[in-house]
Design a protein around this ligand. Structure first.
Ligand SMILES: Cc1cc2nc3c(=O)[nH]c(=O)nc-3n(C[C@H](O)[C@H](O)[C@H](O)COP(=O)(O)OP(=O)(O)OC[C@H]3O[C@@H](n4cnc5c(N)ncnc54)[C@H](O)[C@@H]3O)c2cc1C
Length: 398
């Protein structure tokens, strides 16, 4: 991990919030890396529907609360001590190194916060951001059975009935399902298909008629709770609408641009972990009376890996510099596309270098590889990133 920290500091030119980052690094090194390892080996996971979490999760959660981690996602005026996007990126790489699932948990959490901030109702922001700054999790729910890459197909219906919107329908593949207290949900308020039919809402976990269901087990990212949200005549107060009716998709798309860089950061952190695992192994593993690293084939594979990791990281830092410019969407999609492809290729090379050991289920490289494969789907698959990049390219390239 020390190498990752050194490289990250050279990319960030030492501009990170050192006090905050140092506290997190100590926590990760002293406690969380071992706790997460136990969870991997023992296959511990959440029961989302009954909100039952393994004991190890409590160690992770209380450690993060002790260092005031949740406050860093919330602006000062709402009770937090919001850090910069560069700092968030920095910590996502660290989380990706130790536990990619934890990285995704906080990407989803921070995007829920950004969506609430994108609204225009001060009392709404005050109320819900305070809840989130106190150590409660947020989630963002868009995907449905028939609306994956194409959110305009969203069917979850929200019908205004005097003071409430009545919700009927379902969301699926929701990160932080069961863990979150606050769900930001994209619903259809017009009863017909289309981008302008979608509105964003805040749904509290204790809302009547709202249930969480478990999904089948994932191949990787096992520490990330992922579930289905079921709404059966759930009454959502009118004041929980974020922004205006029909503005939901536009608000969410802006929020997702930021999420993409953070996810790319999780991928870079995860790839660095894969690199370290493989590097340490290949220096110790002796074949033909020599360590594996003395073979040019192995050392070239390692060279490819580290070059790709730093290439992806470079795209991420480049994208971070484009925030608030017209090039931001394109840059964040490029970073996400490249980083999620890079981490799969790092996992592939890693598995080759580990030989037969890597093929066994409980080997670290095998578990990290399963995590790596999951990084492609969130905030738009690689094909969707290419759609965004090509659209932006023709709009803004001069
Ligand atoms: C671990 C995990 C966590 C997730 N967390 C969340 C979450 O917190 N909130 C949430 O809302 N969603 C979440 N998702 C859902 C994720 O955003 C979707 O899986 C993703 O958007 C793709 O949708 P889909 O799976 O339905 O695939 P589809 O949309 O059915 O796509 C299938 C394939 O077709 C390709 N494709 C589709 N349309 C086109 C096209 N026009 N041109 C070219 N290729 C195309 C896609 O790239 C993909 O390869 C999560 C998913 C996973 C796996």
């Amino acid at each position: 991990m020390d190498n990752l920290i050194r490289v990250l500091r050279s990319f960030s030119e030492g501009k990170e919030d050192k006090e905050f980052v140092d506290k997190l690094i100590d926590l990760l090194k002293d406690k969380l890396i071992d706790t997460v390892h136990q969870m991997y080996i023992q296959g511990l996971k959440f029961d989302n529907s009954r909100t039952i979490f393994p004991d190890q999760w409590k160690i992770i959660y209380s450690g993060l609360k002790e260092i005031d981690f949740f406050k860093y996602f919330i602006p000062h005026e709402y009770g937090g001590r919001k850090t910069t996007e560069e700092n968030l990126y920095f910590i996502m790489e660290l989380l990706g190194y130790v536990c990619p699932s934890l990285g995704i948990i906080f990407v989803a959490h921070s995007r829920a916060i950004d969506l609430i901030l994108a609204g225009n109702d001060e009392s709404q922001k005050k109320r819900f951001l305070e809840i989130l700054s106190e150590g409660n999790f947020g989630a963002i729910a868009m995907t449905e059975e028939r609306a994956g890459s194409d959110p305009t197909a969203i069917e979850l219906s929200a019908k205004l009935e005097v003071d409430y919107y009545a919700f009927h329908g379902e969301k699926t593949f929701v990160s932080n399902a069961g863990l979150a207290t606050i769900y930001t949900v994209l619903a259809n308020t017009k009863g017909k298909r289309g981008a302008r039919s979608l509105s964003a809402f805040i749904v509290e976990s204790n809302t009547g008629g709202f249930l969480i269901e478990n999904l089948p087990e994932k191949d990787g990212l096992k520490i990330l709770p992922t579930g289905r949200l079921v709404f059966n005549n759930s009454l959502i107060p009118k004041q929980n609408l974020v922004g205006k009716e029909g503005s939901g998709l536009l608000l969410v798309l802006d929020v997702i641009d930021k999420g993409r860089i953070l996810l790319a950061g999780v991928s870079c952190g995860l790839a660095s972990r894969i690199f370290d695992e493989v590097f340490n192994y290949s220096r110790k593993r002796i074949q033909f009376d020599r360590p594996l690293t003395s073979s040019q084939d192995i050392s070239f594979k390692m060279s490819d890996m580290i070059t790709q990791i730093n290439g992806a990281r470079g795209l991420c830092f480049h994208a971070l510099k484009q925030i608030n410019t017209q090039h931001y969407r394109n840059a964040s999609s490029q970073a996400k596309l490249f980083a999620s492809q890079m981490v799969m290729s790092a996992a592939d090379l890693g598995l080759k270098i580990m030989g037969g050991r890597g093929y066994f289920k409980n080997s670290m490289i095998n578990m990290l590889s399963a995590d790596a494969r999951g990084m492609e789907y969130l905030e738009g698959t690689s094909s969707i990133q290419k759609m965004i990049i090509s659209t932006e390219l023709f709009k803004n390239y001069d």
